[in-house]
Design a protein around this ligand. Sequence first.
Ligand code: MG
Length: 376
Amino acid sequence: MRTSRRNFITLSAIAAAGLSASKGVAANMVTAGKIPVGKIKLFFEPYNLALAHVFTLAGSSRTSTPVMLTRIEFDGVTGFGEASMPPYLGETQETASRFLSKVNLTQFSDPFMIEDILDYVDKIDEGNRAAKASVDIALHDLVGKMLGQPWFKLWGLNPDHTPNTSFTIGIDTAEVVRQKVQEASAYKILKVKLGRENDKEMVQTIRSATKVPLAVDVNQGWKEKEKALEMIFWLKDMGVVMVEQPLPKEQTDDMAWLTARSPLPIYGDESVQRLPDLIKASGLYHGINIKLMKCTGMREAFTMAKTAKSMGMKIMIGCMTETSCAVSAAAQLAPLAEFADLDGNLLITNDLFKGMEIKNGKVTLCDLPGIGIKKI
Ligand code: MG
């Protein structure tokens, strides 16, 4: 055990000195079986996020979000993960608990075998995407910590290329909306949830309080393509810079029609969950909203981002209401994105971690290894 520990420290020290220098050495050490030997153990516990404001979407309102916190331990190193499960997505703490109970990571002795481990997790059952993401995130955090590097560096991404994050202004009365806009004065772009009868009123209310660019998320709330196009032209005149999921995901022909004519870039969110959905989204959207809780985590999110770029599509990185754990994991991908919607941790009052920060409106990555977080 003493030898293993010494080798592990050596690996971290080499990795900390620079990835390019360490990569070959680390690979050799893994091949030679000199990394620490032990069992990979998964732990999980439910947690409820308290929301600062009542959160209203096109279809529902709520004041809290259930999550499942995970951690993976290996040779004295701990990786943290999280599943966020807003009710409309269908997963619950019960379903996550049932799924995670089936995950037996002790059969693996090398956490660097990310592909093998996550392929196994993905095949345990259908769906359970947030629960799968909670394993994926914890494993990435663990491996990054063992290498002594954050994932944006392991992926070769430039942290200066992160976009500004949007901050969501939920649907509410005019007075509360104006108050929320005041509270959000630090952000360079605001996101507005539309898809109800009072859409124009909502945008006008925000415009009466700020001049910053607006992103709108319709959450499938519009039904008619002609009205949607008319609305998008109006929104452009109101300083809106992008539109997310204007029509129901089933209306693919209407989406293609709308995207071909839209003066603003249109991003698919509900339509594009995992990698196979991205392939089908070609021609339907200008870009996609990648969220770890939809796509089972960082491994698939990175593949989706690279694939979307190769298809000529744009990327936004989004999140659910989450602690800084899952948000910081998503933020590792932010240098690949045109837009970021990483405000999930800012909407809660009981965060458990410190990590990615918004500085001067911009997603600012933390240089800590793994997903770049520490427990508060
Ligand atoms: Mg959305």
